[in-house]
Design a protein around this ligand. Structure first.
Ligand SMILES: Nc1ncnc2c1ncn2[C@@H]1O[C@H](COP(=O)(O)OP(=O)(O)OP(=O)(O)O)[C@@H](O)[C@H]1O
Length: 423
């Protein structure tokens, strides 16, 4: 659903890259925290996912779109499958809660009937049904953020990107926001959330991707803000390594979209008769995850229930297994690890099925439902309608680019135009 391949982002004039050779994959329906010190590159990562920025090198695929080659004209439609939430809410002060949320749908041309059905539903989801007639200044910070979340998800995006959504909120309110995001995630939306909020991350026990100076130094499932894994010696590759099996040296059980770890010393590979995936863990059950000293290495628990786990030898020299491309992580190798459990990789030419389900697919042509008059029929529009949308979007606040998916800052005409701030 989201894939970064060796992505480097270097801003003009910056002494070091904001992102440095980042390889990352996020599957459909995942909830991922991006953590790291200020300036470590979290927002840059989100901006690249939004195609607000282009990478200096590397490839980015989001929802089946190759973002390095998507034309500027298509960016707004691509963004319709994404929802974005910011730390500072960015509500329209002269519109009610209902109107703030409905506005997104009006701008992209949804019919009045559709809006009247959808907006109350989403306000219910975020627990604001009772406040639909209130203006933003009549709401608490947490309530305002929930309006912003409602606005971001009202178009049923496949992916919700949240940049420190609890940054301005007290711990209790933050917890409420987290519950809302969790609910949205459980409804199928992939959530990627940049945060400094240790409590939120520790409580949630979800996947954590940690950045340090633009590099991913940790990628763990069911993790905490600070890693709980013990640092282990670099994995040795020995002849007794029990993972070479079958064609290409990749064992069957290592190709199932899961990552497992196996102690090398004294460990025995266990293959249940059911054909289920064998996996072993260190004897210290309290420490489920660990990583070698180098590289961006997510160490993940096997999918619940799918894998028999066997206590084994001490965690002295584990073997690290990549699900997609090979069995053993060599010291210093920057491996394209795969998140588990995830859907099959998205092929560029086959848009992700989930996006089709949760949101309108990115149109292959310039067609767009551009009618914004209340009650107007939902029809495909032609290029002149598109120009109408372009005119209207120029009258909107800039940040609505990412809320409405209209690509406010996208210039028309040249397919190679940069979108967003120059880099
Ligand atoms: N438009 C820009 N031009 C130049 N440098 C930039 C730009 N945006 C970000 N940077 C630099 O890139 C690095 C990463 O910044 P980024 O905003 O991605 O970090 P962050 O982890 O989101 O930080 P924070 O937690 O403070 O929001 C920083 O050194 C920052 O100064």
């Amino acid at each position: 659903m989201i894939r970064f391949d060796s992505v480097t982002k270097r801003y003009r004039g910056a002494p070091r890259p904001a992102l440095d050779d980042v390889t990352l994959e996020i599957g459909a329906g995942e909830f991922v925290f991006l953590v790291g010190a200020s300036g470590s590159g979290k927002s840059s990562l989100l901006r690249l996912m939004l195609r607000e920025e282009k990478p200096t090198s590397g490839e980015i695929h989001v929802l089946g779109q190759r973002l390095t080659s998507i034309s500027t004209r298509k960016v707004p439609y691509f963004r319709r499958s994404l929802g974005v939430v910011f730390q500072d809410f960015r509500l329209l002060p002269n519109k009610t809660v209902y109107e703030n949320v409905a506005f997104t749908l009006q701008v992209i041309g949804k019919s009045r009937g559709f809006i009247q059905t959808t907006v109350p539903d989403v306000l219910e989801t975020v627990g604001l049904a009772e406040k639909s007639s209130n203006f933003p200044n009549e709401l608490s910070g947490g309530e305002q953020q929930r309006v912003a979340i409602a606005r971001a998800v009202v178009n049923k995006p496949s992916v919700l990107l949240a940049d420190e959504p609890t940054g301005n909120l007290d711990p209790r309110t933050s917890e409420g926001i987290m519950q809302v995001l969790d609910r949205i995630n459980q409804q199928g939306t992939t959530v990627v959330m940049a945060t400094h909020d240790v409590t939120i991350v520790d409580r949630a026990q979800k996947r954590v991707v940690e950045l340090v100076q633009g590099k991913i130094i940790r990628d763990e499932l069911e993790a905490t803000y600070v890693t709980s894994s013990i640092k282990l010696p670099k994995p040795p590759v020995t002849e007794s390594t029990p993972v070479q099996n079958g064609s290409g040296g990749v064992p069957l059980w290592a190709r199932r979209g899961q990552q497992q770890q196996q102690p090398a010393t004294g460990a025995q590979e266990v293959r249940p008769s059911t054909g289920a995936v064998p996996v072993q863990r260190p004897a210290t059950g309290a420490v489920p995850m660990a990583r070698p000293a180098t590289g961006a290495v997510p160490v993940q628990r096997p999918a619940t229930g799918a894998v028999p786990v066997q206590s084994a030898a001490p965690a002295s020299a584990p073997i690290w297994v990549r699900a997609e491309t090979g069995p053993v992580l060599l010291p210093g190798e920057h491996a394209p690890w795969r998140a588990a459990p995830v859907a099959p990789p998205v092929e560029e030419e086959h848009p992700d099925g989930r996006s089709l389900f949760f949101a309108a697919p990115v149109p292959a042509t310039g067609a767009v439902n551009a009618h914004t008059e209340p009650g107007a029929p939902e029809t495909e529009a032609d290029e002149s309608d598109l120009r109408g949308v372009a005119r209207r979007r120029e009258q909107l606040p800039e940040h609505l680019d990412f809320i409405t998916g209209l690509g406010l800052r996208g210039r028309r005409g040249d397919a190679d135009d940069e979108v967003g701030p120059s880099s």
